[in-house]
Design a protein around this ligand. Structure first.
Ligand code: CA
Length: 225
């Protein structure tokens, strides 16, 4: 999952970026609404974290504009504790949730999980696909009753597939979601991760189908009646 972090305070931004990356997210940071606009024009994200006090256009105006043009990206706003009125304005402008500074990282991670789940019309923190169970909170997977070892990127791809199922996950979006601006992730690398996942899932009858020219779809085993 890829997060766009819009925060002008370098210290806060660096700490948050590190924490989110440890939590398994890909994070790209910009320091103004203008830069965020550029990023959104060219790249796909799964959620945005927006500081309200930004140089130039402030966070509330920025969010208002995003929503006006129909941008559905889940947005978490950050603000100083003594400006709770600003949080209300931010929510009214179209943000999904807010956190007051200083915040604790586990809370940021939990709120992100909820927002991203909701944006995929999922309400539970446990995702299932046939014999596969993904616990989003602990980032652990169980396949047919046995814990499944999944390195970070395999987990991220499988999470995206299960989250989207029965829909197709776009391959370009997957590359962006996993790589961000700094990583040199290629479509070929995605294919390698997908083929490893296929091997791990095959025993339980789960298939990752290639949808030519678009991406991948997770197919559950046929149910026998
Ligand atoms: Ca700020």
């Amino acid at each position: 999952m890829r997060i766009l972090l819009v925060e002008d305070d370098t210290l806060v931004a660096d700490g948050l970026k590190q924490g989110l990356e440890r939590g398994g997210y890909t994070v790209d940071r910009v320091d103004s609404a203008e830069a965020a606009d550029e990023a959104l024009k060219y790249d796909a994200f799964d959620a945005a974290i927006v500081d309200l006090g930004l140089p130039g256009e402030d966070g509330i105006q920025f969010i208002g504009r995003m929503r006006k043009r129909g941008e559905p990206l889940p947005i978490l706003i950050l603000t100083a504790r003594d400006t709770l009125d600003a949080c209300v304005s931010g929510l009214d402008a179209g943000a999904d949730d807010y956190l007051a500074k200083p915040f604790r990282l586990p809370e940021v991670l939990a709120r992100l999980r909820v927002m991203i789940r909701r944006s995929h019309s999922r309400t539970a923190s446990r995702l299932t696909a046939g014999p596969l169970i993904l616990e989003l909170g602990s980032r652990s997977a169980v396949l047919a009753g046995t814990p499944l070892e999944l390195p970070g990127r395999e987990w991220a791809i499988l999470e995206a597939l299960v989250m989207a199922s029965p829909n197709v996950v776009n391959k370009d979006k997957l590359v962006q979601s996993l790589g961000g601006w700094q990583a040199d992730l290629t479509p070929n690398a995605i294919e390698v991760y997908v083929s490893r996942l296929r091997q791990k899932l095959a025993t339980a009858g789960l298939t990752i189908r290639t949808v030519r020219g678009i991406g991948y779809r997770l197919d559950e085993p046929e149910r026998t009646v």
